[in-house]
Design a protein around this ligand. Sequence first.
Ligand SMILES: [Zn+2]
Length: 452
Amino acid sequence: MGFQEYKSSELLTKVLKENGFNVDEGIAEIPTAFVASYGSGKPIIAVLGEYDALPGLSQTTEFIKKPLKEGAPGHGCGHNLLGTAGVGAVLAVKEALDAGEVKGTIKYYGCPAEEVFNTKGYMINPGQVFENIDISITWHPGIFNGIALQSNTAMNSVFFKFYGKTAHAAADPYNGRSALDAVELMNVGANYMREHMIPDARLHYVITNGGLAPNIVPAEAEVHYFVRAPERYQVDELYNRLIKVAEGAVLMTETRLEIDFLSGTYNPIRNDVVNNVIYDKMRQIGPPIFNKDEQRFAEELKKTVPPPDFTEIKKIIPSDMLDMAMKNLEQALFPIISPPLGKGTVAAGSTDVGDVSWYTPLGEFGTACHVIGSPGHSWQNVATSGMSIGHKGMIKAAQIICLTALEFLDNPELVEKARKEFDNTFKDKGYKSPFPEGYKLPFHRLIKSGNN
Ligand SMILES: [Zn+2]
């Protein structure tokens, strides 16, 4: 799991070192973060990799729910494939550099803990490791083959801690000031605030400390909030209003407030020039081809998921493509390369790829590694991530990343074009770290929290 992925980062760095890559380990004070480089000079191409798992999702490669080890983590987001494809790609690019076919530098970014933290955004700032990158390429295992055009929400993840005064809840409650009251009043205020937020924003919370026993007036209580919106500035605005709500709760209850900022991310804005190259390479490489056994396995696994709801997907499919799209979506495994869809729309959830996209021209895509309709972060995804279905999607991804990197290494004008688009997109909005000044990584908190 996030920040504990020692085995994975060790294995990936070992393979990269054995192949002559220069590896910087433990960057940005994160033991499992690293950057591996090969070659020299411009352009510099970055390939992003993730390799963290999710709690409680251990699963065998069978089509019934059956943990490999009860209660253990599993790769419900397919990051075992994500990190590995990137390594495959940079090893192949290295061969082309060695053969003198292209010139420049290829880098692999080992980015831990995507599930619990904006590690990439954190690496951008304290580590200064994303400087001078010309092009960034990443991908994600999914149920489709296609380039990523939908954005995701920007978000903040913050703990609000209230401190009151304890007392015997029956004998002298008038001497107490309940920190839990402050949490509850804050939540009431936040729920009234919902009415006056933009419709695409999201606010969710859990009470992480509600006191110890009913007969003790809680001196301490805590609530954990996520604030999400399509744009970073919208998150900032809503977050500032949420702080006012918390301060109101303080006034009402005569308590004290501490704000513990955990993480914040940007909404991804991918670069069309990079995405178009990726799309060309995807069509050249073709979709993963699944054999009869894999199809049969997928059909069986599909029976374990609820009938897929295509309401959101249908919104981004043009009407003349709908029949064709639905025919493909009825399959267990997605059989084609999807045409580019969804530009200008925002998908639910957040990703720390967003921060990198505001810092370097970035392209992203997905390949079919999971069964259509399989929910995100599910045991079904773990099953296909561990077998030939996921492995085939991963190999395709490695090939697509490799060919995309080679195209940019071979074509300085294309690099220039991507940079121009980037400068144009962000001319009025520079990247400012979402982390407050003096921020220190709270590992103890992060290991237990969610992020995206
Ligand atoms: Zn993921």
